[in-house]
Design a protein around this ligand. Structure first.
Ligand code: SF4
Length: 245
């Protein structure tokens, strides 16, 4: 793809309360992209593996800080064996993997069982395939994002911050790109924001992922963002994945 083929358009405004500039990827947020776990997601291995239903859970989840770990510690107490295929293994050996892992990976991560995250129920498990934390949260009529590691409810949305020499913060909300997985991302056979079949939602990202975005940026900023994304005097370019078709 040429640089022109990859253009996204963004909206930006100043935070009303602090020294921060917000930047939003309007091209992505107005697209109809969605996570298609169980609906054609080919996974992030080096070959197509839709039938394994691993989604992006093949390598375990990196926790961002201790609060993130504690969210899952508290959630796990409420997860029952009927929700989680590997519940007994997690009770016996914990759900965190020793550091560094076999592959030399450092940082606090979920443990792997049978080559994927310990929380990932495999196809055929009677409690349902997919994330056991997600399944248990829905069973408790709670939001999965309050039970899961941060990365697991944020992907395929990403918020990043940078601070300039004067202490001014710039915060960008955008799609999670292949490169955001680090070096390993280049080896993925497939990545959902590059896949036309994942642009299948009925609503745009900023509507369908409202809870997640509010959790990331706060309600006030979300509302200010919606005003910009719904401007009638301007329509951002369609997503590059759809333009290239
Ligand atoms: S975020 Fe993308 S890779 Fe991960 S499970 Fe969803 S569709 Fe698959």
């Amino acid at each position: 793809m040429t640089a022109a083929d990859q253009v996204h358009e963004w909206v930006s405004f100043e935070d009303p309360d602090e020294q921060r500039t917000w930047i939003f990827d309007a091209t992505y947020l107005r697209s109809n992209h969605k996570c298609i776990y169980g609906e054609g997601c080919q996974g992030v291995l080096d070959a197509p593996a839709a039938e394994m239903a691993q989604g992006c859970c093949s390598y375990g989840a990196h926790f961002v800080d201790d609060d993130d770990v504690q969210t899952v510690v508290k959630a796990f107490v409420r997860v029952k064996p009927e929700h989680m295929q590997f519940h007994a293994k997690a009770v016996k050996g914990g759900f965190l993997r020793p550091e560094p892992g076999d592959d030399g990976e450092t940082g606090t991560m979920t443990r792997l069982v049978d080559d994927a995250c310990i929380f990932l129920n495999r196809p055929g498990f009677e409690g349902g395939a997919g994330c056991a934390l997600h399944i248990a949260a829905l069973d408790a009529e709670q939001r999965p994002l309050d039970w899961k590691p941060n990365v697991c409810w944020q992907v395929p949305i990403r918020l990043e911050h940078s601070t300039d020499d004067n202490g001014h913060v710039t915060s960008r909300l955008r799609e999670w790109k292949r490169r955001d997985w680090g070096d390993g991302g280049a080896d993925f056979h497939w990545w959902c924001t590059e896949a036309p079949e994942a642009f299948a939602a009925n609503d745009p990202v900023y509507v369908g992922s409202r809870d997640e975005i509010v959790e990331l940026v706060g309600r006030q900023i979300y509302d200010l963002m919606v005003v910009q994304l719904e401007r009638t005097d301007w329509v951002p370019l369609p997503h590059p994945t759809l333009r290239k078709r």
